[in-house]
Design a binder for this molecule. Sequence first.
Ligand code: ZN
Ligand code: ZN
Length: 388
Amino acid sequence: MAALATSEESAEREECANEEDNVPTYECVDKNTKAFHVGAFGGLWRERLVPAFYCYQDPEEDAENARLARDLGVSEETVEELRVICSPDSLTRGAAQTDVVPQDSCLQTVRLSKRRQDYRASLRRDFPTRQDTFASELEGLAIGRRPLDPEFLVPEGEIILTVNVLYPVIFEAFKFSRQHMSLQVMGTQKLSELRDAICCVSDLQVHGEFSSTPDMAPEFISKDLYKSAFFFFEGVFYDDMRYPECNPISKTTIEWAKSHDFPTFRSAKMEETTFNDLVVKIGYPYLYCHQGDCEHIVIITDIRMVHRDDCLDKNLYPLLTYKHRITTRKCSVCNVYISRWLTTKDQLAPSDPCLFCDVCFRTLHYDKQGNKLGDFLAYPYVDPGAFN
Ligand SMILES: [Zn+2]
Ligand SMILES: [Zn+2]
């Protein structure tokens, strides 16, 4: 919440009442801010800060280059070239690695040093966990990344919002776990772009019972069938209306609220609203709802300006910065493969419901001709951990 400190400072400076409305001060200390307009706040930042503070060029490096060029009597381009050629990186590149001690040396000191090195290596037990590897891979992909085509460079002074999306409320087991995923979005991006970036297992379900015809299980998933969804921020429902099949599913709630003397809610289109258009509170829980009743809490945890060390490739936003990993549920027969089928009322299964991988499911429940053996109901199953 580094941004909040800055915003509080600017709030102190800010005497004008109208502008003050767009500076996020705390409503609940250390929890959430008052509601403010994202775009207007970004505008205030750009107005108050000198461009040198947020431009991608490093002013100190530029000044030093100019000074060196003057002292050496060469052009700044030459200085830049010299900087690359004489950098410690290029001096060490390709040189022999000093920490590798040769195996068969006749020198006593080298042999002792080798023995010492082997002993140290035997003590080390710092195996990174899969989570750590994944997190550092995610980070490595994005940090300081610039697009090849300058057209896709994130504009200087762009607003970056950090959004935490929690597990759906229907997942009882994950009620107290950390956020499902964290994403960074640009202020100029549409809400629908965030919607597309949220990966939820409810979107991937295949509906129907296929015990008699397991080969007929359709390929299409819920996301292709039920495209309606909405975000809810500060009394406004933002419906996804991009496709003809979409329904404004917030309508029922709005009408219900109207008939029960609740404050009136408005609705708008997700695909026509950018984050800059929103009025939000930082740190406050909002809602993302899709597939009818899959409800996720969405929290905007930070707002800041883009920095030269950020990922500067527009195409990579919304940028995934964290994703919680779930243990996959293995087949109850082989315990090796991830489950693909769920059966109920199954005479052959040890439990009800029971999970099977595709191979075990077919081997156990069908004869060589593909005829169904015994009574059971079978549903295609998508494991939440399969998309780690
Ligand atoms: Zn969901
Ligand atoms: Zn199996």
